[in-house]
Design a protein around this ligand. Structure first.
Ligand code: SF4
Ligand code: SF4
Length: 397
């Protein structure tokens, strides 16, 4: 049976609206609407560099505008040749969502996702790194193909509040498990952690065209969470958050639990006076808005509320922030896996922008932490990249 998610992508293709070729999504110029005199500057000013794939490849084919033209040709012709160049144009879209946020004529990013789904349906061989990730997820339940997740005997494996750690945390960022457990415990919330009973959320296959694999992951995770007695899932990675809060109900029906991002939860606990931070050494930090938390989840204020509640910590914004935030280079974990040089260049750009604001980049997505940390190490750049949960735990009262 066709899932609601597949149905939505199919209906999108059937009611396809064409690009008006205004060029706004990729032009290296501010967006100035006809009534600009009546609007406050943040409503219409825009950064000069918006679309990461266009900034790197410098050809119109790598913009939303160019992709829209190609997608139209592809949808209309069942025998359109699937070449390496075509796949590169499709999979270098980082899914950052800036174009869809700007575009008034169509939804260019959903077109890319529908295009990827159509490629899979036509039996296309996806870029090799994606095929390998799919295989690892199927075989071992995680995108790394690792055998055993970080174990935490001090945390229960069942409970009403379950921390959904995500692959990056379960295998490589134990400090985030510590930080989330410690911070929430202070506010009277004891989390469960499923360890090996949690599996990859399925975001990568779901957004590279393999909805069937994402559906399988959703079914298994929802069943594991149900068996653990979960009433609320607390998520750290912005991609897991998108998968659980938006896609899972389209794949498996209504969920038996609530889904929250921990940044939202911490901001709520601060407002309820259940959490407080101590006075500590002064520090300047900047905040990187993850695409799937900001533009897609509209969670802009909560992480800033947390940072600004810490005495001594000053938040200095980057030039491109909130709705204009730039991709970290991960490209929804897909672009960086397939085209690492491209991903690395985007990360380098974002890190440089972060360093112009402050020496520490804080973010609220463990995939962004992973991407920015790895890129800084590869480039020999001295910058601290920190998950918001870690910053909060360090400064608890
Ligand atoms: S995709 Fe939208 S914003 Fe971009 S050129 Fe086409 S109509 Fe304009
Ligand atoms: S989602 Fe981002 S990378 Fe993809 S076309 Fe739109 S602006 Fe460019």
């Amino acid at each position: 049976m066709e899932t609601l998610r597949k149905q939505k992508l199919r209906e999108f293709k059937e009611s396809w609206t064409l690009c008006a070729h205004c060029g706004t999504c990729n032009a290296r110029a501010p967006i100035i609407p006809h009534n600009w005199r009546e609007l406050p500057p943040p409503e219409w000013s825009a950064p000069y560099r918006r679309c990461p794939s266009f900034e790197y490849y410098n050809y119109r084919a790598y913009t939303a505008q160019g992709r829209n033209v190609l997608a139209t040709l592809f949808f209309d012709d069942a025998h359109y040749p699937i070449t390496e160049d075509l796949l590169k144009i499709v999979y270098t879209c980082t899914s950052c969502g800036v174009c869809s946020d700007i575009c008034k004529a169509t939804d260019p990013l959903t077109a890319v996702w529908a295009w990827r789904e159509e490629l899979t349906a036509r039996g296309a061989q996806l870029p090799e790194p994606l095929e390998q990730i799919h295989q690892r997820i199927q075989d071992s339940g995680n995108m790394f193909g690792a055998k055993q997740a970080i174990q935490r005997n001090d945390l229960p494996q069942a409970g009403k509040d379950v921390f959904f750690a995500g692959c990056n945390v379960r295998f490589a960022q134990p400090q985030v498990i510590d930080a989330v457990a410690k911070t929430l415990h202070k506010a009277g919330i004891d989390i469960a952690y499923l360890g090996d009973h949690e599996i990859c959320c399925g975001f990568i296959p779901g957004y590279d065209g393999n909805t069937d694999l994402m559906e399988r992951q959703a079914q298994l995770n929802v069943e594991n969470l149900r068996q653990a007695g979960c009433q609320r899932v607390i998520v750290s990675c912005a991609h897991c958050y998108r998968a659980l809060s938006v896609d899972y109900s389209l794949l498996v029906g209504p969920l038996p639990f609530e889904v929250v991002h921990y940044a939202d939860l911490l901001a709520q606990l601060l407002e309820d006076k259940k959490l407080a931070f101590r006075e500590s050494s002064p520090a300047q930090v900047t905040y990187h808005d993850p695409c799937f938390l900001g533009r897609f989840g509209q969670i802009y204020d909560a992480p800033r509320t947390v940072i600004q509640s810490i005495p001594g910590v000053e938040l200095v914004e980057m030039e491109r922030n909130r709705r204009w935030s730039y991709c970290c280079g991960s490209g929804a974990k897909i672009s960086a896996a397939c085209y690492p040089e491209f991903g690395g260049a985007i990360s380098k750009d974002r890190i440089a922008e972060g360093l112009r604001a402050a020496g520490t980049i804080v973010t609220a997505c463990t995939t962004c932490v992973h991407q920015l940390t790895r890129a800084a190490r590869n480039e020999g750049i001295d910058v601290a990249v920190k998950d918001l949960s870690v910053l909060a735990a360090e400064r608890l009262a």
